[in-house]
Design a protein around this ligand. Sequence first.
Ligand SMILES: [Zn+2]
Length: 243
Amino acid sequence: MCTLIAIIDPNPDTKILFFENRDKPDELFQGDEMRVLQPNNVVALFDRRSGGIVAGYSAETGVFGGVTNVPGYPAKGSRGVVLMEVLTESANLHEAISFLRGKLPSGHYSSANYILGSNEAVYKLESFGKKLHVSSPRKRGFATNNFVSLTGEKIIPASRARFNWLEKHFIRKRKLKLEDFLHLGSFHNEKVPDAAVCRHSHERLGYTVSSFVFEITKEGKANFYYAPGPPCTYKYEAIFLTS
Ligand SMILES: [Zn+2]
């Protein structure tokens, strides 16, 4: 749950591009897989241990979301389950934001960054105990494992380095295409190794266990890609799912 990017109108042919490289979580990892969840036809990267999701897109409502863990406030509530609930139970982006505004400040959930969006806007939500910060609506949203607006998290220098690198060299590019995102998944960043997006445990930076990328074209066609391991080794497969 470590590198998360969503961009609206990234190029003239594409409405939404979404990227998540999932790095080995602090909990015991038991594998993940692509599933379609009901209601709302949510195409999701499903986590077998928690029974929640890392990221997903509702083919019915057009609302999508992802979560990255932020260390510092551990709690019993599953971030992946709350993300699954918000995507399967909300009729639109407004409802989805309201749903998390209602749930997260209970203090029952471990600290995290959430990205929620639709074809209109992207929001970033930072959650730490009973504190919640919701960004203004944007065209581009991204997150690693640290906060920008809230404080209190346990700072991971490599996560900060990755955030800074992405902000400077990737997110601001005027045109981004699906190929750029698929390439990013296996990016080892030889110049700034701490800012690698594809991560390997021998580098002390965590280990990328899977990757999920999707695009929604201007015509409304949805294309999903999943790599069941670090994308440098496990090539992306196009996913065709029916519920
Ligand atoms: Zn790699």
